[in-house]
Design a protein around this ligand. Structure first.
Ligand code: HEC
Ligand code: HEC
Length: 474
């Protein structure tokens, strides 16, 4: 690839990004070797500018050619030689044909030297992640209507917000904190960040993770990755864009490469096409079917699904299309998944914010244990593994879990030796008070009716199917 003379934009913008990214990433690299948790908030000016360029608004983005940097990032995203096995790239787990999630049915994927090491978490899809705010402990947002304009660095100063009345669980546990913050109407809740536990704030910071993760691309150190980058046939292109120093400065080479991946993820329209039937419905271009419309109402109804209290489905005040997440963290008490071999060890628990993948100060707070980030439900019907541990493989099972967890726990949890149901078996007893038992549809008791009956579940699923991109009206 050579630099086309008619592409001034990348020349103009690039040097700015280069410098800031380099320092940001260098900071990151200091911590990198423990799986780079770049959790210093707002330490990354380039990330903000990168997302500012491409943050989607209500109109579908007009496709633009990828910048040269993003084109290099695209190659890196598909570059198998960067893995210890030589057989795995980012796209192996994040397949473009599946909203950048796996095409197979496994709960978790395999990686490492011979692709036989099992991962510990379900692979998220990567669509719409560009609007992910930085991790913070911030005010609870007042439901759909005030869905903030959170993105990138814009989150620090989210103003005081009212409590979302349809979402109470985290609020109860944070009342004390709110009171001491002298804003009794404000509940402070963990939100934002990449990964299921929010441990990384930027796409650049994220990209080093899988490259070093022994269960994924498996490189032993940053140096090993750097040596591989130096052998790439398109190294010369990177040199042309980032300057000759990338050939002599290893850290710069690495940070530029991670930056290129982030550029690809930011610019490639396939990561945020806004082309679902629901998008077209919100734009007044198509009608939903009767079943889809019933499903939408149930999804919204605080007494029924109450889904929209966490999976926001209305345009934000500033006109941004909904992403079906408020980015907040919740403990839903999802059952332990025996498909994950690590779970054979009764002492092993995936505690979300409390680790094991996350190790910062937030991970030491008991009230954060068992909490995972609310995922975007866009493209959810294309997924084959649901929840952070991939315990369910179809939406019907997910929906039954939501509405029957507290009515028929025996359907979801195994029995203990003494015959009792081992409810919430994937969270140690001392953290089970973090689990949401307040918000509908989790507010039921044995003997009561589920929030949604079987027909209603099918309607909600019909609605969820309208969230898949690439819809073409007949
Ligand atoms: C072996 C499978 C695998 C490979 C290869 C892989 N990933 Fe991932 N990816 C995952 C898993 C699993 C998670 C969730 C991990 C967690 O939450 O701790 C994830 C999470 C992510 C996220 C966070 C998404 C979000 O919304 O929070 C991004 C971004 C991402 N990966 C990008 C990449 C890039 C870039 C590469 C290549 C450098 C890559 N991945 C390679 C499995 C993989
Ligand atoms: C209190 C907030 C909350 C409510 C209410 C809620 N969800 Fe969720 N949802 C979450 C969180 C948090 C997760 C991730 C939990 C985990 O993996 O441990 C999740 C995960 C999911 C997933 C799995 C997605 C994936 O990619 O793995 C689906 C599907 C889903 N929710 C649908 C729904 C539907 C449908 C409703 C309404 C019946 C609903 N949710 C209500 C917070 C909520």
């Amino acid at each position: 690839m050579s630099v086309p003379p008619d592409h001034p934009a990348s020349h103009r913008t690039h040097p700015h990004f280069t410098r800031t990214v380099y320092y940001g990433t260098a900071l990151c690299l200091a911590a990198a070797l423990v799986l780079c948790s770049c959790h210093e908030r707002h330490s990354h000016p380039a990330a903000a500018s990168a997302s500012a360029v491409t943050t989607a608004t209500s109109a579908p983005p007009v496709p633009q050619p990828l910048s040269l940097m993003a084109q290099i990032g695209q190659k890196l995203f598909y570059e198998k030689s960067l893995s210890v096995s030589g057989q795995m790239s980012c796209a192996s787990c994040h397949e473009p044909s599946h909203a950048f999630a796996p095409a197979n049915d496994l709960a978790v994927q395999y990686g490492g030297p011979d692709l036989k090491l099992q991962g510990a978490r379900a692979v998220p899809h990567l669509t719409y992640m560009l609007r992910t705010p930085n991790f913070s402990i911030g005010p609870d947002q007042d439901s759909n209507e005030s869905q903030a304009t959170m993105n990138g660095a814009a989150t620090a100063a989210v103003p005081t917000a009212a409590i979302n009345p349809h979402k109470l669980a985290r609020i109860a546990s944070n009342v004390a904190k709110a009171a001491s913050a002298q804003t009794s109407a404000t509940a402070m809740v963990p939100q934002g960040g990449f990964f299921w536990d929010g441990r990384v704030d930027t796409l650049q910071g994220q990209a080093i993770g899988p490259l070093l993760n022994p269960l994924e691309m498996g490189n032993a150190s940053a140096q090993v990755i750097i040596a591989k980058l130096k052998k790439l046939p398109y190294l010369a292109d990177l040199k042309q864009l980032a300057g000759p120093n990338v050939l002599t400065d290893d850290r710069l080479l690495l940070s530029e490469s991670l930056f290129a991946i982030a550029r690809y993820e930011s610019e490639e329209p396939a990561f945020a096409p806004y082309s679902s039937k629901y998008d077209q419905y919100l734009q007044g271009k198509v009608q939903l079917s009767d079943a889809e419309m019933r499903g939408l109402k149930l999804f919204d109804d605080p007494q029924k699904g109450n889904c929209a209290s966490c999976h926001l489905d209305k345009k934000s005040k500033d006109g941004q299309m909904p992403l079906f997440t408020d980015y907040q963290f919740e403990a839903l008490g999802v059952p332990r998944n025996p498909e994950i071999k690590a779970n054979a060890n009764p002492h092993y628990y995936d505690l979300g914010i409390c680790g094991p993948a996350r190790t910062d100060a937030y991970s030491k707070q008991a009230s954060n244990c068992g909490l995972f980030k609310t995922p975007s439900l866009r493209n959810v019907a294309t997924r084959h593994a649901f929840f952070h541990n991939g315990v369910y493989h179809n939406l019907n099972d997910v929906l039954h879990f939501y509405v029957e967890r507290d009515i028929h726990p025996e359907k979801f949890y195994p029995k203990k030796a003494n015959g009792e149901i081992d409810k919430f078996n994937d969270l140690p007893a001392r953290y089970q008070q973090n689990i949401d038992v307040v918000d509908a549809p989790f507010d039921r008791k044995p003997g009561s009716n589920p929030a949604l009956n079987d027909t209603e579940i099918q309607d909600v699923i019909a609605f969820l199917n309208t969230l898949s991109d690439g819809y073409h009206p007949q």
